[in-house]
Each structure stands twice: as C-alpha cells, then as structure tokens.
Design a protein around this ligand. Structure first.
Ligand SMILES: C[S@@+](CC[C@H](N)C(=O)[O-])C[C@H]1O[C@@H](n2cnc3c(N)ncnc32)[C@H](O)[C@@H]1O
Length: 435
C-alpha cells in the first residue's frame, strides 16, 4: 500500500517537535534533548520497549483465541510512568501511521464523505461523532485526523472522538495527546474520555448511547480472548444500533500470522451473517478484499494476509529502534474497512472500474524474474493465485507495482498455481518517497 508524500513528510519532520513539546509540558521527559539522549533512552525507555515487544509477539505462540492481559503492559514491572512513555514513544507513532494509511487508501480509491453524509454533518445541528475502541494513547483517532489533514475524504472540520479505554492513566495521556495533536494540525476535533472495560461478548454500548459516524479500532480486537464468531455478531449489533447510516468502521490489527488469521476469521464470520438474509445491520465489507468473496488466504491453514507501508520514522524513533534492535523501516499490519450502506462498491469507491471478476489485489511483493517478467500473488473473487506479468515497452509504469496495488480489467489464463496475466490496468497510486 502506498502512502501520499505529504503524510510521510509530516512524520519525517513535524511529528517529533510536537511530541517533544507535549512530553516536556507534562514533565514526561527531563529536557528537550531527552529523545536523543542515549543514556536516557537506554535506561528509562529501551527496557520497557523490549518487554512490550516480547509481550506483543508472545501472543503469536499461544492459541488463536488467546487474549492478552492489557493491564500488564500499562503497569507491569518497573515504573508504570516509564512503561507508558515507552509505549507512547515506540508503538503509538507507527499505529497512527497505519490507521492513516488505511484512510489514505479510501481516498486513493475515491471515497468522498460528502457522497454519504449531508453537508450539515459537522455543523452545529449535527456534529460529526467518532469512537475509538481500546483507545490507549489514541493512535486510532490521531491516525484519522492526520490522514484527513493530508489525504482528506472531506470530513467536517469539527467534531468529537469518544475514546473508550480500560486503563485510566493511558486514557488520560491519550485524551491530552489527541487534543495537542488535533490543535497542532489545526483540525478542530475534540475528544471525550470514557474510562471503562468493554465486555465484547455483551452489547458494546449502553442502549442510551448515541449513534456515531465512525468506529475506529487499532490493535484492539486481537487482545480479546472471545471467538471471532462472537466478536463478529456483537460488532454487527453495535453497528446496527450505534453507527449512523453510511457510517464507517476502520479496523487495524497486527500482521502476525495468528492475529491476522483471527481478523480473517472475523471477516468470514461477518460475511456469513451479512449474507445469511438475517442481518439487520446493513453493513458491507469494503477493504481490503473489494467484495464479500471467500478469503483466499484462509483457504490454506498456513497462510495469512497483511499489508505493509513505508514511512520515514521520526529521527528519535530511528535511534530508539537501533538501541532495541527493532527495524521498523516498514510497518506491517492487517486491516478491514466496513460501511453501513446499500450503495455498490463502485459507487462508494469510484476508482474501481470494470467487472469485479476482473479485479485483483496484490497480496505479496512483486519480484522481477529476469528483465521482463514480474511474479506476485494476487487475490480476487476466485481466490488467491500466483501470477506472472510480462512487461512490454508500453507499460513500463507497471514495473513498480507492489503489495496492496489493485489490478482491474485483468485478462489472464492458466491455473491458480501459476497464472499468466495477459492484460491489466492498475489503479494509479500517488507517488511515494519513503525511507
Ligand atoms: C495495543 S493497545 C492499542 C492502543 C491504541 N488503540 C493504539 O493503536 O496504539 C490496546 C488497548 O485496548 C485497551 N483494551 C483492551 N481490551 C479492552 C476492553 N475490553 N475495554 C476497553 N479497553 C480495552 C487496552 O487497555 C489498550 O490500551
């Protein structure tokens, strides 16, 4: 997936000064150079980053439905203050960027807010309302507004994000940070903190709660030990009752095999309900699969599906990554976007053209075979295929296609094990200029 240059540049240059100011104002760092002070990073931050990293990765080795004790990473051993700082410095920026990339993908495919919502949403009579579930330090909400700044879908200029979070200290930090971030971007968004643990096997919100235009979940669902089937049922109930018509749900999850497969199973369960004739939510799965077809990756027990984006890490994060030996030059993740709508996919995403059976997404990097051939995996209405494409003099632009790109009006022949693409037309990407 490619991300527009202005969004990448924001993280390269503008993000760190804003973050440093925020941390200094709250006495979370000792001085303005602390983020580049090796001794400080080594002593106060790095050990917690290593612990958190192990905690997040350890889940992969456990059974699919296992959750995670989230209190552990907000408090855990050692100083809770430094633990929070470590999450904030090390994991929060990447999660903002991941969520922003998904919003940018919607924009690339032509999604426009005004096609779905009347212009007065966000005015005084009908305020734009979003909710981040498991907000932690509000990376999901921040991801939406930074993407909206640089790759706008046309959201109203003001509105509010309800931040729901079980850790009081993380929520406090997230609420303050969201405000500083929104003000820094001149986005005019407010947030409202809700300190609670959501029981995901019960109704997610009280009946009296209002409806929202947007649900965001970033690295949230995988922490639950509840089965994908129950999560899907309860998520659709929440959408039926608390998502406005035409409202969006943006979900970002880890790229690790077990968590990614859990998201694919969640999608499968959603689609089973949506296609059963019993669904009352009116939801549609938009991305990444461009339809309700069976998942190509779930067809094999060892397979999974993820995206990857390139970015420029803020300078301090490059230094911190070097200390803890994490290489986060690229950011992998899994994601889903749903909408409550009766519109067709091509009405919602007008960059998509041609018949759906001729539309595929690259689900692997593309590798060159000699000078003329490219090989990659594609996923479409009929599942996943290994495909080759022969470059001709006319279509040299295709030689930089990569994971996440969409091919449409595709003519191909051969078996799923090895398919030859005879003709195709990629959805154009914006230029990228990443690390
Ligand atoms: C990995 S963090 C992600 C935080 C943030 N969304 C991000 O992307 O950086 C997951 C958050 O969800 C919170 N959480 C997990 N389960 C929850 C639940 N059932 N109710 C409320 N918060 C929950 C955790 O406390 C934690 O802050």
């Amino acid at each position: 997936m490619r991300v527009p240059v202005p969004l990448i540049n924001y993280f390269k240059t503008d993000f760190e000064p804003l973050l440093t100011r925020f941390l200094l104002e709250r006495d979370m760092i000792p001085d303005k150079n602390a983020l580049h002070n090796k001794r400080f990073l080594n002593r106060s931050v790095a050990p917690h980053v290593e612990t958190l990293s192990q905690l997040f990765n350890r889940i992969e080795k456990e059974s699919q439905t296992d959750g995670i004790d989230t209190e552990t990473y907000w408090s855990g051993a050692g100083s809770p203050k430094n633990r929070r700082l470590a999450y904030f410095l090390s994991f929060m920026p990447g999660n903002i960027f991941r969520v922003a990339s998904v919003w940018a993908e919607l924009q690339r495919l032509g999604f426009q807010w005004s096609r779905h919502f009347k212009p007065n949403v966000g005015g005084t009579s009908a305020e734009f309302r979003a909710i981040e579930w498991g907000a932690g330090t509000a990376a999901g909400a921040c991801g939406i507004i930074v993407a909206e700044k640089f790759t706008p879908l046309g959201l109203p200029r003001s509105g509010s994000f309800a931040l729901i979070e079980q850790s009081k200290s993380a929520l406090q930090l997230g609420t303050d940070w969201f405000q500083q971030f929104s003000d820094g971007l001149e986005m005019g968004m407010q947030s409202r903190p809700f300190h609670r643990r959501v029981d995901l096997s019960e109704p997610w919100l009280p009946k009296t709660a209002p409806k929202f235009h947007l649900f965001v979940m970033s690295y949230f669902l995988n922490e639950s030990e509840i089965s994908p089937a129950t999560l899907a049922r309860k998520c659709l109930e929440a959408c039926e009752q608390h998502l406005e018509d035409e409202g969006l749900v943006v979900l970002v999850e880890p790229a690790l095999k077990l968590q990614s497969r859990k998201l694919l199973e969640f999608r499968r369960e959603l689609i089973e309900i949506l296609e059963s004739g019993k669904d009352k939510s009116g939801m549609k799965v938009l991305l990444p699969c461009l339809g309700h077809q069976a998942c190509g990756a779930l067809a094999k027990p060892e397979d999974w599906c993820h995206e990857e984006v390139q970015w420029w890490r803020p300078e301090y994060l490059r230094e911190l990554d070097a200390i803890v030996k994490l290489d986060r030059k690229t950011l992998p993740f899994s994601y889903l976007v749903l909408q409550k709508t009766h519109k067709t996919l091509t009405e919602i995403l007008p960059a998509l053209q041609g018949p759906s059976e001729e539309r595929y997404r690259l689900v692997s990097p593309s590798r060159a075979l000699g000078k003329k051939d490219l090989e990659f995996y594609i996923c479409g209405q009929d599942g996943k295929r290994r495909a080759r494409y022969r470059l001709t003099a006319q279509d040299q632009e295709l030689d930089d296609i990569d994971r996440g790109d969409i091919l449409q009006n595709t003519v191909l022949h051969g078996e799923p094990q090895l398919t030859q693409i005879d003709k195709t037309n990629p959805v154009r990407d914006s230029e990228s200029d990443a690390e």
